[in-house]
Design a protein around this ligand. Sequence first.
Ligand code: EPZ
Length: 432
Amino acid sequence: MTVSVVPSQSVSLPQLEIAGGRRLSGEVRVSGAKNSALVLMAACLLTDDALRLRNVPPLTDIAAMGDILAALGVTVRRGDDSIDLQADRLNQTSAPYDLVNSLRASFFCIGPLLARTGIARVPLPGGCQIGTRPVVEHVKGLKALGAQVTIEHGVVSAVVPGRGHRLRGGHIHLDCPSVGATETLMMAAALADGETVITNAAQEPEVTDLARLLIAMGARIRGAGTPSITIVGVSRLHGADNAVIPDRIEAGTFLLAAAITRSTLRVAPLVPEHLGAVLTKLEQAGCRLDSDGLGMTIRADRIQAVDLRTQPFPGFPTDLQAPFMSLLATAEGNSVITENIFENRLQHVAELQRMGASIRMQGNIAFIEGVHRLSGAPVQGSDLRASAAMVVAGLAADGITTVQGLSYLDRGYADFEGKLNSIGASIRRTGG
Ligand code: EPZ
């Protein structure tokens, strides 16, 4: 008698059931960038005028950020793909603890609140599955702008002493090119008295998108997208109406879905400059990529092994490391992936191994020996991008893959299974 122990997955939890082995085709639409929209929403705190953001993705993280801003007294009105915000009646300078715990990005409120009111109390954002996520650079930078900052009982309290409670410009050198710190400090400096220079700044497209919005609101910023950003503070900012850039990580995930299923697919909108390192690696792996100005068509038949190392922009983005690993698990030959950004962002290796991937780990390095075919299995996503990587792997696996961890997935991908089914996938959401 054989007893097979199948890893049990609690069927009550929501999961995606993916029937693998199907080719994709046609065109898939990319939503607005989550990692831009969240920080652009926080920028509404810098003015009492109305701020309209368009091309805002319908994600749980966006709704959570809206709740946090509303708790501070901001008027929040959600449209189909836009959001109207007005912080003309702020009644709080403390972000609510329970809400903050649900969304790390709420820490984006501290810079604008401090710049606008001279005081801010925001709970310390916790760590998460992928790392401890410190905010040391944010705090050091705010102090360099004249704030007194203390951290007690898990709350970061910042105050600007002296008359007028106005931050003053200064030079900030970041020990690491933190995206969040660069964005927090750009917003704080926008209303400071004098000039601020941020060196070793993050260069991600989302930083540039924030600078674009702040300039539309009347800020004086130059150098965004380079390692050195100069902000000349102004006394007040006005409202604006801006569209959020396309989500380069969602776009990259769809390109990888096409590559792993050896399909031809158009992904739009897609800004090639936002994904340079990823497009280079896809071409090295054997994909053909044609940009048409608004979108990009990928053609994939045979996939070769490639090595990649995650780096700050313009290097290979850590957010596409897991989905790219799913692709390389089915490539011809051996690949090496090094995760340099987060200390614990290789948890998806164990899940891919459950699907038959041949991967050996050594610290932050994964050695991948491509296999001809993955096999469908019950797997779990441990963070937003690992969940997406499991779906990508399931598209090409033999048989049925069930993916749990949808609370992560729904934070960063709007209607992921709906979009994939519209281009030929066979995915069903069950349970929950
Ligand atoms: C942003 O997080 C993104 N989130 C992340 O996307 C993305 O992975 C990350 O940038 C890197 O590109 C949003 O924009 C909302 P960091 P952020 O500060 O700002 C270390 C996703 O899946 N560090 O650039 O928190 C830190 O520990 C999410 O969409 C310090 O050491 O990232 C990490 O190792 C995940 N000290 C590295 O820098 C600090 O003070 C990058 O962090 C701050 C950060």
